[in-house]
Design a protein around this ligand. Structure first.
Ligand SMILES: [Zn+2]
Ligand SMILES: [Zn+2]
Ligand SMILES: [Zn+2]
Length: 363
């Protein structure tokens, strides 16, 4: 039996998706259809090995495994109760759903392999300008617009003025610039967008105060951005760090902040680190990769700043969850242990003990 290593690798990758739904046995169907006599447990070993070590060859793993079960072993698997219940019409003249099943519906990997070139074509098309209606005219009527956002829903090209106007409320999007027959990345800062804090989007403060050295960095879920930021300098304006917080940007330093992280990225990293144990170092460098995976543009290292922000975020969130923000004395009066989460199974008077529990007889 010949096994196509590419197919096996695809199956392993598909497994990574299907593993989210452990009730699915599609892969076992695939194995059966290719006469691969490998037990399910062995296959999951292959898949997990490939996940952990992308350089490993699933083909080599398959070859090294001694087949310990036959195809019949797969067929003898009991029906999975988690599988979706198929609709069965009462009218006996209508064929049952199971009888209507085609090879494509029972073996979706075949359909995927068939359409894979078309999917790749669509991805490649997005690396260019796409259809002529996408780039012929800007929404304002100008001809041959050359800017497009990578994160907005639209794939239409816009002129410089329109794309800046469109991103007054989305100042952390990635912009592409069509030049010399290909797309290069540019920034909204480079296109002239200035982010004004303390005022409505599009307004300019009469006493605007540019960030220190007009060099401000915002770390977001998708990338690390250099932005042009103006603080409000009006008479009743809040201090700078409060202006940042009111824009949902967390900060590392109170005085003259030069770096911020969006609340979204702080929350994302907080949950991700608890669920997947990713470190701040790995997370930040993933963001740096997302910003520029070619390595052509040097990414300034804000790891230390991000680490400081992450610990500050956790600390503040702990106070918030414990309700310390509503204490008249403020969070500085918090006593040791007051931020700890109570054990839900331990007896807590007033919470999970019945009234009069202290008068009950000792058992
Ligand atoms: Zn335009
Ligand atoms: Zn956008
Ligand atoms: Zn102002």
């Amino acid at each position: 039996m010949l096994i196509d290593p590419t197919l096996v690798r695809d199956m392993c990758l598909t497994w990574r998706v299907l593993a989210v739904r452990p009730r699915s046995r599609n892969l076992f169907d695939i194995l059966l259809s290719h006469n691969i006599q490998t037990p399910p447990s062995a296959f999951t070993d292959i898949a997990s090995s490939v996940c952990k070590h992308p350089g490993l060859s699933p083909y080599a793993h398959l070859q090294s495994l001694e087949p310990t079960r036959t195809d019949q072993a797969f067929k003898d698997l009991t029906p999975d109760p988690w599988n979706e219940v198929q609709y069965q019409p009462e009218d006996s003249t209508v064929p049952r759903v199971s009888e209507c099943r085609t090879k494509e519906s029972t073996e979706p990997i075949h359909v995927w392999l068939q359409e894979r070139p078309a999917v790749l074509d669509e991805l490649i098309k997005l690396e260019g300008r796409g259809c002529v209606e996408h780039w012929a005219t800007c929404q304002c009527g100008r001809q041959d617009p050359i800017y497009r956002c990578r994160e907005c829903f639209t794939v239409y090209f816009l002129c410089k003025e329109c794309i800046v106007q469109l991103h007054l409320n989305h100042p952390l999007h990635h912009i592409e610039h069509w030049t010399n027959g290909y797309l290069i990345r540019t920034t909204l800062k480079h296109l002239g967008l200035r982010i004004q804090l303390g005022h409505k989007p599009g307004e300019t403060c009469p006493n605007r105060q540019p960030a220190y050295d007009d060099d401000f960095v915002v770390i977001d879920v998708h990338a690390v951005h250099a932005v042009a930021l103006d603080f409000c300098g009006c008479e009743r304006a809040a201090c700078h760090y409060k202006q940042l917080l009111r824009a949902r940007w967390f900060l590392a330093t109170i005085k003259e902040p030069r770096t911020a992280g969006t609340f979204a990225v702080m929350e994302h990293f907080h949950i991700l680190s608890l669920k997947s144990k990713v470190t701040a170092y790995e997370f930040f460098h993933t963001l740096a990769r997302q910003t520029d995976n070619t390595g052509l543009t040097p990414i300034r290292d804000h790891y230390a700043v991000f680490l400081k922000m992450a610990s500050g975020w956790r600390n503040i969130k702990a106070f918030k969850r414990a309700g310390r923000g509503h204490d008249p004395g403020g969070i500085n009066t918090t006593k040791a242990g007051e931020l700890a989460v109570l054990c839900p199974t331990c007896p807590q008077p007033g919470r999970n003990l019945p009234p009069g529990w202290e008068n009950s007889e000792q058992g």
